[in-house]
Write a protein that binds this ligand. Structure first.
Ligand code: SF4
Length: 365
């Protein structure tokens, strides 16, 4: 059982989380239709059980060039620019349609402005390990088995919930049994260093990249844009701990925010810090401003960067991706910095494209 910490602090563990998780994987015949609450923080965040029938999403299912795994839906870090809020909304709507959420619960699971619940109602996938084992068999039979597997595309796999539920560690333990995979992990959290032992095991027979995400060294800026994310210095220390342990880790600077975090001075400082932390790579990509993000992000611009708000609205009018001219100019700036600091010149998307070689084929050579 978990109890809330003093003064509204995080919940404190009182028993074995592995045992609790094992209980979650069993679905009693008489379980009520509602979504069971596993825990609740004093500030109001609730952790909610979500049965899952599939946890490894294929490229066909998502339209992306890689397989993806997200152990949680929703994320307490609460970044204002996060494009994953739509996934949470989709789960809530499906739960409502399946009558697992009553009409009167719906506002709570959407939030006052439609976006808050993503940060305050975190879905925890029950039975994940069993489902993943079966999904991996599907993966190995699939024509898309050469595509990489990326953990953390729609939620941070090392957000605070992971301290208790340890689903990401379960995922990694399953992947560590495989050979010839290409695995990517994206996180803002130093909690990833807890799993260095499993990451090392994965790396013995697979290709692994851990992308620690950081938009700026400016702590004030980070706090304006990311409600509860770990501070920059902590993330850089995580990169150093990973690489010092031989784990292939680097920095992902995403999103780069036009007019806010894209000046040479700020980016240069990030690259220099990455070099000091022995990052193996640094990649960067510009802000994507899909319709589902605008309700959350544009008011933040209005409040903190009023001189840019109208320009953003114009530049992203009718599109989610950054304007092509801007994206090209940013690539040139990033490439120069990669060269200056001795990092490989590449962009993260290149690794996760479909036209990569079959890793099994590479091994056969
Ligand atoms: S850490 Fe990632 S998933 Fe979580 S809110 Fe921020 S951008 Fe979204």
């Amino acid at each position: 059982m978990w109890v809330k910490g003093r003064s509204g602090g995080p919940a404190v563990r009182r028993s074995n989380p592995e045992a609790e998780l094992a209980l979650l994987t069993v679905r009693p015949a008489d379980r009520p239709a509602a979504l069971p609450i596993l825990d609740e923080r004093r500030r109001g965040t609730k952790f909610v059980t979500l049965d899952c029938h599939s946890v490894l999403n294929s490229p066909e299912q998502t339209g992306m060039d890689f397989w993806s795994i997200n152990p949680y839906i929703g994320c307490e870090f609460g970044c204002t620019y996060c494009y994953a809020r739509f996934a949470h909304r989709y789960v809530v709507e499906r739960a409502h349609a399946a009558q697992r959420l009553a009409d009167e619960q719906l506002p709570e699971y959407r939030g006052a402005n439609g976006w808050e619940a993503f940060e305050q109602r975190i879905f925890v996938k029950a039975g994940l390990q069993t489902v993943l084992r079966s999904d991996l068999q599907r993966y190995h039979r699939s024509a898309e088995r050469n595509a990489p597997i990326v953990i953390g595309t729609a939620t941070d796999p090392y957000q605070p919930a992971e301290r208790r539920f340890r689903l990401t560690r379960l995922v990694l333990a399953e992947l560590a049994k495989c050979e010839g995979l290409s695995v990517g992990i994206i996180t803002k959290s130093p909690l990833v260093t807890r799993d260095i032992d499993v990451l090392q095991r994965i790396q013995q027979h697979n290709d692994l990249e851990v992308h620690v995400s950081l938009i700026s060294l400016d702590t004030d800026l980070v706090r304006v844009l990311e409600a509860r994310s770990p501070m920059p210095a902590v993330r850089l220390r995580a990169v150093a701990r990973l690489t010092d342990a031989g784990v292939n880790a680097g920095l992902i600077v995403a999103p780069v925010l036009p007019g806010i975090s894209d000046d040479v001075e700020r980016l240069d400082a990030l690259f220099a810090a990455a070099r000091t932390a022995h990052a193996r790579f640094v990649t960067a990509s510009p802000l994507r401003l899909y319709p589902g993000i605008r309700d959350r992000f544009l008011p933040v611009l209005d409040e903190h960067f009023p001189h840019l708000a109208e320009r953003y609205r114009r530049a992203y009018a009718g599109r989610g991706a950054a304007p092509p001219d801007y994206a090209r100019a940013l690539t040139r700036r990033v490439t120069k910095l990669q060269e200056k600091y001795g990092f490989e010149s590449r962009d993260m998307r290149a690794r996760y494209r479909k036209d990569r070689l079959d890793p099994q084929g590479e091994l056969a050579l």
